[in-house]
Design a protein around this ligand. Structure first.
Ligand code: NDP
Ligand code: MG
Length: 382
């Protein structure tokens, strides 16, 4: 029996994780859940999975939840203190981090320090603090198991081969809802347009990140940290059907890929049971119906977000944090219809251009850099 803590249990990844627990009740057990403020959604989860502890990050939501589940034997906690407490629970084996945003960094660090394996969906953690997380995980002997579909595909394709055999990573991208469009066509795209992803059903922030291709930029950085490779060894390949989830090219020219239908349950399950591979109740790929798969070069001029991500990664230090935090804020403004679609990349570029890089930021400096970005953007707009 594996004991799991789920951070972000009410979200897209969180709920799919719980579906895997449903499929393997004798192998997986929920010991704690956390969400931001969605009391309505977490209450039935508590009644169904009987976690010992639950965190609502929002204090008022935690209070409301406490009243609602007063009849149950569960401890309701709030805030960062609560997240730290559940990430370090004695009985926890693995912490699945599926919160959205940089809030994921410090709880992940605490979990690693407590010797917990991490099933990592939250990409902001490695993008901003990969230089802290990866050495710490190594020191503590814990595994960082990728949940993101591309990283899971790379992990599966590498399958334990030594690093010196790897030539490059081929990170696939669907291209999002606006693939093939010009900048002029993107100028008046609305929130509704951007939220229509052609292949994947995900939370709103990452769906917008897919439309701007910032998501792929974050994934390039995440891959760099996870697999210890340089940015020039990671090539983005647009593959609109999202059937090949990523590939690796070896020094002898062999390319190994992982294929599957666009369904996050597979990478989540793989991370939870690694190194086991267990049956999953889904239809496989029907190659005859699929007919063709295709590939394109990414358009870095129209989708500046990806180009800026490579720049941020190349510069390193605190610049990836600026890229990420500026994007987080810009996406939130876009979702609230305060800025236009193309402003997202402009805001990231402007904020990056104003930043004085800190070479090896500690957690406090990362969080201060995040705040600095928010202040810069607040001055610029709204
Ligand atoms: P969602 O927006 O669907 O869910 C976010 C979750 O985080 C919710 O449970 C939310 O709770 C919780 N949350 C938000 N703020 C806090 C907080 N301060 N403390 C605790 N919990 C909080 O996001 P996704 O599931 O789409 O994405 C989660 C992460 O996984 C992101 O980093 C994303 O980039 C990554 N990812 C997602 C994929 C996907 O297919 N969705 C694929 C690969 C990676 P509440 O409901 O209460 O607000
Ligand atoms: Mg992905």
């Amino acid at each position: 029996m594996k004991n799991i803590v789920v951070l972000g249990s009410t979200g897209s990844i969180g709920t799919q994780t719980l579906e895997i627990v449903d499929a393997y009740p004798d192998r997986l057990q929920i010991v704690a859940l956390a969400a931001g403020s969605n009391v309505e959604k977490i209450e039935p989860q508590i009644r169904k999975y009987h976690p010992k502890k639950v965190v609502m990050f929002d204090e008022a939501a935690a209070k409301a939840l406490k009243t609602k589940v007063a009849d149950l034997d569960v401890t309701v906690l709030a805030g960062m203190v609560g997240l730290f407490e559940i990430c370090t629970m004695e009985e926890a084996d693995v912490v699945l981090t599926a919160v959205v945003g940089m809030i994921g960094i410090t709880p992940t660090i605490e979990a690693i320090k407590a010797g917990k394996d991490i099933a990592l969906a939250n990409k902001e953690t490695l993008v901003t603090a990969g230089h802290i997380i990866m050495p710490l995980a190594k020191q503590m002997g814990v595994s960082i198991l990728p949940v993101d579909s591309e990283h899971s595909a790379i992990f599966q394709s590498l399958n334990g081969e030594p690093k010196n055999r790897l030539k490059k990573i081929l990170l696939t991208a669907s291209g999002g809802p606006f693939r093939g469009m010009s900048k002029e066509q993107l100028a008046d795209k609305t929130v509704k347009d951007a939220l229509k992803h052609p292949n994947w059903s995900m939370g709103p922030k990452i769906t917008i990140d897919s439309a701007t291709m910032v998501n792929k930029g974050l994934e390039v950085m995440e891959a760099g940290w996870l697999f210890d490779v340089d940015y020039d060894q990671i090539q983005v390949v647009v593959h609109p059907q999202s059937i090949i989830h990523s590939m690796v090219e070896y020094v002898d020219g062999a390319v190994i890929a992982q294929l599957g239908l666009p369904d996050m349950k597979l990478p989540i399950q793989y991370a939870l049971f690694y190194p086991d591979r267990l049956p999953m109740n889904t239809a496989g790929i029907d190659f005859f119906q699929l007919g063709q798969i295709s590939f394109e070069r990414p358009d870095l001029e129209t989708f500046q977000g990806l180009k800026l991500a490579y720049e941020a990664f190349k510069i390193g230090g605190s610049m990836p944090t600026v890229f990420n935090a500026a994007n987080e804020k810009a996406v939130s403004l876009f979702l609230h219809e305060k800025i236009r679609f193309l402003d997202i990349a402009d805001i990231i570029a402007e904020t990056m251009s104003k930043h004085q890089v800190i070479a090896k930021p500690d957690v406090e400096q990362i969080l201060m850099t995040e705040q600095w970005c928010y202040e810069q953007i607040a001055e610029r707009c709204c």
